[in-house]
Ligand binder design. Structure first.
Ligand code: DC
Length: 230
């Protein structure tokens, strides 16, 4: 089994940006588990399911398969064989993922894939390497998916800072948005992620807390990299 680094934290804390950079500097494979929940969310949306319709979500889990692959080192998500990576990052998909990820059947569906990935990369499409060092980010990696991870990080930042970062990102993409709306959305997501019954977001007892509110990206990457050594 390779070396495993778990990064958990709330939406907008910068987990994926940081994890990608730490992966690059240390030669790890980056596994984005939020993207898997988003992949399933696309399937539910394609079926016209309302996020609140838990019965239909459970039913729709029956005939869906999520797999991952890498193209030029970038994680790709396949839903029933179709590459949906380009469609993952919309607000609609994020909201469906946030609500549907509280459904136990949805989490069950992805848990075994996530655990297998940390153990044996041969489940990844077109990958020859079996054993690889992995950095995985999400909400329940250190507490639930990889409770024996070698390093656990809980990365957070204040709601205000996370909202400002998201606002800046959207403005740079030319998307019209409202800072207060984004703040409200982040608060709602935090509440859902932290209060759901199964695998809620919380800091694992043995996780290192990193609050990035007053840190630059480089400082956060350096701080986390310092903990990651065999
Ligand atoms: O990190 P993200 O925004 O791409 O994740 C999308 C949603 O998936 C998020 O609202 C919570 C859920 N999620 C989860 O419940 N457990 C994980 N390990 C990763 C994401």
């Amino acid at each position: 089994m390779g070396y495993n680094v778990a990064i958990d934290g709330p939406a907008g804390a910068g987990k994926s940006t940081i994890a990608k950079q730490v992966a690059k500097e240390n030669g790890y494979i980056y596994v984005d588990t939020g993207a898997m929940y988003r992949g399933l969310a696309i399937h539910f949306l394609n079926l016209g399911i309302d996020p609140k319709d838990t019965e239909k979500i459970i039913e729709a889990c029956k005939d869906v398969e999520v797999t991952i692959g890498y193209e030029s080192g970038i994680q790709q998500i396949y839903v029933n064989g179709e590459n949906v990576t380009a469609k993952l990052r919309t607000e609609e998909v994020g909201n469906m993922a946030s609500v549907s990820s509280a459904v136990p059947r949805v989490r069950e569906k992805l848990l075994s894939l996530q655990r297998k990935l940390a153990k044996d990369m041969s489940v990844v499409q077109r990958t020859l390497a079996r054993e690889k060092d992995v950095i995985m980010d999400g909400r329940d990696i250190g507490t639930h998916v990889l409770p024996d991870a070698d390093v656990k990080i809980y990365l957070t930042a204040s709601v205000e800072i996370r909202a400002k970062r998201r606002y800046k990102e959207l403005v740079e993409k030319g998307v019209q948005c409202d800072l207060k709306e984004i703040e409200k959305d982040i608060e709602e997501r935090d509440y859902r992620d932290m209060t759901r019954k199964i695998a809620p977001l919380k800091k694992a007892e043995d996780a290192i807390l990193v609050d990035s509110s007053d840190m630059t990206l480089k400082e956060v990457v350096n701080t986390i990299s310092r903990y990651c050594h065999r």
